[in-house]
Design a protein around this ligand. Structure first.
Ligand code: SP5
Ligand code: ZN
Length: 334
């Protein structure tokens, strides 16, 4: 299977994130991508397909913010990485935002996703990697892999969060549709619910979003991912949430994935995009499921058996020592 990655994706390295009331080392490290790249032979560098496919999903003001916020932060005399501290919960109306702190709150979901001067470039090449993998599948490959880092599924049209800036799965799905595919399914098997992907396609009937994740009652992102969230308007019924309790191991996860695959089969997609997080691993430091390395191959075989062309986009996975083996196991199933 062809896989895509650009070394410029490594340059994004925030120092810390806000967690449980204090700053702790940032969990989404460059070492994650290095571990995956080391485990997979010959990842290819993506071509540059420009900003248009990114702007087909993301708000132009938000993209401008990602590019310019670090310089504005430095110009304001701030040390460290850009991070918001005020969020527009009440004043959700168009007001002219001047200060960097106003913008940081407007364009972010949480305070665990700081921006550095290198973030835009890394996120840009993460998006180019997923677009290169899409082209491999469009060219006839049965499956292709994008080592997306930073990850994407918590990022919405106009907000970052959950270590994510550009929603790579959504960018690929939109590019597939704009390139002539009629229906695209996204199967999200990261430990966390992909609130950004769900939000982007919430009212759309042409992109089916199915997610298996930790119950938002106990886990980030808390506000989204409940079983009764099914989409609305033209998208009603095109969102499927299958929350599972902490401690879930292969058997229950696999049963949930069978449900998701059956729903996707009924949707009859031209392409399946898998948002793949290995933070479901038993040894993951920030998560609570109990999958083992060999389980990823089993899950991948079940997906491959459905027969759709598959684009695999990397999401989370924070047990760096096991990450390469976990990703390799998953890809082996295809
Ligand atoms: C893509 C993805 O998996 N994002 C996950 C975001 C979860 N953020 C909330 C969990 C906070 C745990 N932080 C622990 C930091 C240890 N250094
Ligand atoms: Zn995750």
């Amino acid at each position: 299977m062809r896989g895509f990655f650009d070394p410029r994706q490594l340059a994004h390295a925030p120092a810390s994130e806000l967690h449980n009331g204090g700053f702790v080392p940032y969990a989404e490290t460059p070492a994650r991508a290095e571990a995956v790249a080391a485990a997979l032979a010959d990842l290819e560098r993506p071509a540059d397909r420009g900003e248009a496919p990114i702007l087909a999903v993301h708000d132009t003001g938000y993209v401008e913010f990602l590019k310019t916020a670090p310089a504005r932060w430095a110009a304001a005399g701030r040390p460290g990485d850009v991070i918001g501290y005020i969020w527009p919960i009440a004043a959700r109306r168009p007001v002219r935002l001047e200060r960097i702190d106003a913008l940081a709150g407007r364009y972010s979901l949480d305070a665990s996703t700081p921006l550095t001067a290198e973030t835009w470039g890394a996120a840009y090449w993460s998006a180019q990697s997923v677009l290169a993998a899409l082209d491999a599948v469009r060219g006839g490959d049965r499956a292709a892999f994008a080592l997306c880092r930073p990850p994407g599924h918590h990022a919405g049209r106009d907000y970052l969060g959950g270590y994510c800036h550009l929603n790579t799965a959504a960018i690929a799905a939109q590019a597939a549709i704009d390139g002539g595919m009629r229906r695209v399914a996204i199967l999200d098997i990261d430990y966390h619910h992909g609130n950004g992907t769900q939000d982007i396609f919430w009212s759309r009937g042409d992109v089916f979003y199915a997610s298996i994740h930790a119950d938002p009652a106990t886990d980030y992102p808390f506000y989204w991912g409940h079983a009764d969230e099914i989409g609305e308007g033209a998208g009603e019924g095109a969102t499927l949430n299958l929350p599972l309790p902490q401690g879930t191991a292969l058997d229950a996860f696999r049963r949930a994935q069978h449900k998701a695959l059956a729903a996707i089969a009924a949707f009859a997609p031209d392409l399946a995009i898998v948002s793949f997080g290995a933070d479901t691993y038993v040894g993951d430091p920030i998560s609570g499921f109990a999958l083992r390395t060999e389980d990823y191959e089993t899950l991948a075989r079940d997906i491959a058996a459905c027969g759709w062309p598959v684009l695999i986009a990397m999401e989370g996975g924070y047990a760096v020592d096991a990450l390469g083996a976990n990703v390799a196991s998953f890809l082996a199933g295809f």
